[in-house]
Design a protein around this ligand. Structure first.
Ligand SMILES: NC(=O)c1ccc[n+]([C@@H]2O[C@H](COP(=O)([O-])OP(=O)(O)OC[C@H]3O[C@@H](n4cnc5c(N)ncnc54)[C@H](O)[C@@H]3O)[C@@H](O)[C@H]2O)c1
Ligand SMILES: [Zn+2]
Length: 454
């Protein structure tokens, strides 16, 4: 599998699967143009599809369909494209999909499809027996053409960024860069293996010299954010860039760090100071791996989960664990697809983080990131004029003992400060994030002070 960052996202599947509805929703979510091919054909010949079928027969229709579909798939600007149910029977369309699109099969059971289309005017949906035969005949073609399959919006968004979430899912590749603890608890073997312990430039340099893979080799990063950030950074820089796969094994990694293409190493002068955007071809998530996570690591992950739930306006923390991970991963994937290199809206993922970074820096990084984020979320909610009970019940953050002045200075140095002004991510309401918000210094400083205990 790969991702749809630089190509069309094509939805295929049987009539009645819901391609049009899902396609328009995903296009809106990730800010792309949406083409529904049945509608495009109707527009260009100025006739309805049933009318066209009556006049031209199925063969004539397929010719027009192929022309329109190929024209759309050859458009330069990546879009979301919903294909007609039978388009996949045309070899040239299958070929164009392979070349220009990431193809997602929208699945539907034959009975459900029949219920949805039986009373419509759709051609090929008049006789239940023929309908069933058609379904069986096309099934194999769909399976062959699809890079992934989906049943709902989250599935489509995850597939579009190459994120696969499955119990037991294992990454494949040429060289494994692994967190030793994760590897010991959950063995995984690749032809070449290296243990990695920190995301430092020294560790990157060791790997640059030790790696034995060719330019077309694939690196797999297997561990928490420390490991995947380093693996991605090495993949971005080794021979000017090789492919990589993220296989996150911590909750932080599965809901956040493994997704979105930010890679980096820490320098003595600061965290993540050297890095690059380099998207993994695939993100392989086995939610069962986090069963062995120590409690404090799980808590760190829950802070990002609560952040995500507040941004999405969904109580994701109440979901069963695997579903919670899926919902959070899908939310981040959607944001990243819409703004892959953080030109704007992606900044919302920093909710609570301006305060968190200030507390971490003021404590000389003795306060854990997750605990700092939990406090940062409190501040963001207070400044948004929203209740903080969710953060209190799920994360139970305690004010930290750091130097107030040092924390304030660190906050002002934060990346989100432009022209001496602090820009914050706040919420109009849960699910309605706003970014680049300016607040009077006194208010921001008071919010920060409230997080500090001495
Ligand atoms: N790239 C991004 O977008 C992004 C986003 C958020 C955080 N990050 C980075 O991620 C890093 C933090 O990642 P993290 O919180 O995953 O920590 P981590 O990678 O340091 O792992 C935390 C601990 O968990 C252990 N571990 C890993 N998998 C395990 C498992 N399955 N069972 C038991 N123990 C396991 C590790 O050995 C380690 O001791 C930071 O460097 C941060 O900057 C990056
Ligand atoms: Zn974070």
């Amino acid at each position: 599998m790969a991702h749809a960052l630089d190509r069309h996202l094509a939805l295929i599947g049987f009539m009645g699967a819901g391609k049009t509805t899902l396609g328009s929703r995903v296009a809106e979510l990730i800010g792309r143009q949406f083409f529904d091919l049945d509608q495009e054909i109707e527009k260009s010949v100025r006739r309805s599809i049933p009318d066209l079928f009556r006049r031209e027969g199925e063969t004539g229709f397929r010719v027009l369909e192929a022309e329109e579909t190929l024209r759309t798939l050859k458009r330069e600007r990546p879009a979301v494209v919903a294909l007609g149910g039978g388009a996949i029977e045309t070899p040239a369309i299958r070929e164009a999909l392979r070349e220009h699109a990431l193809t997602v099969l929208v699945e539907v059971e034959v009975d459900a499809a029949w219920d949805r289309v039986a009373r419509s005017a759709r051609p090929l949906a008049s006789d239940p027996e023929q309908f069933r035969q058609l379904y069986e005949r096309r099934r194999g073609l769909y399976g062959e053409a699809a890079d992934a399959s989906a049943r709902d919006l989250d599935d489509v968004v995850l597939a579009a960024l190459g994120v696969r979430i499955d119990a037991g899912a294992r990454a494949e590749g040429d060289v494994l860069l692994a967190d030793p603890t994760a590897l010991e608890l959950h063995p995984l073997e690749l032809p070449e293996m290296h243990a990695v312990r920190e995301k430092s430039i020294e560790e990157a340099q060791r790997l640059w010299t030790e790696l034995g893979i060719p330019r077309d080799g694939t690196i797999v990063g297997y561990g928490g954010g420390t490991t995947t950030d380093l693996a991605g950074f090495v993949a971005a820089t080794y021979m000017r860039g090789v492919q990589w796969i993220a296989a996150p094994t911590t909750l932080v990694g599965q809901v956040d760090a493994g997704i979105g293409g930010k890679t980096a190493v820490d320098l003595r002068e600061g965290k993540n100071l050297a890095g690059a955007f380099h998207y993994p071809e695939e993100v392989v998530i086995d939610p069962e791996l986090i069963a062995t996570l120590p409690a404090e690591e799980r808590r760190a992950g829950m802070a990002e989960v609560v952040k995500t739930g507040l941004l999405a306006g969904v109580d994701v923390w109440d979901l069963p664990e695997a579903e919670m991970i899926r919902a959070c991963a899908a939310y981040k994937s959607g944001v990243c697809l819409g703004d892959p290199y953080e030109g704007g809206r992606r900044a919302i993922l920093n909710l609570g983080h301006t305060f968190a970074h200030a507390l971490e820096a003021a404590s000389l990084y003795t306060v854990r990131h997750g605990d700092a984020v939990a406090l940062g979320l409190l501040a963001a909610l207070r400044l948004s004029g929203l209740p903080t009970d969710v953060v209190e019940t799920v994360l139970d953050p305690r004010p930290v003992a750091v130097d107030r002045r040092r924390a304030w200075e660190a906050l002002q140095r934060d990346k989100k400060v432009r022209d001496g002004r602090i820009r914050l991510v706040l919420l109009d309401a849960p699910g309605k994030p706003v970014w680049g918000v300016e607040r009077p210094e006194t208010e921001v400083r008071a919010a920060l002070d409230e997080l500090i205990s001495k």
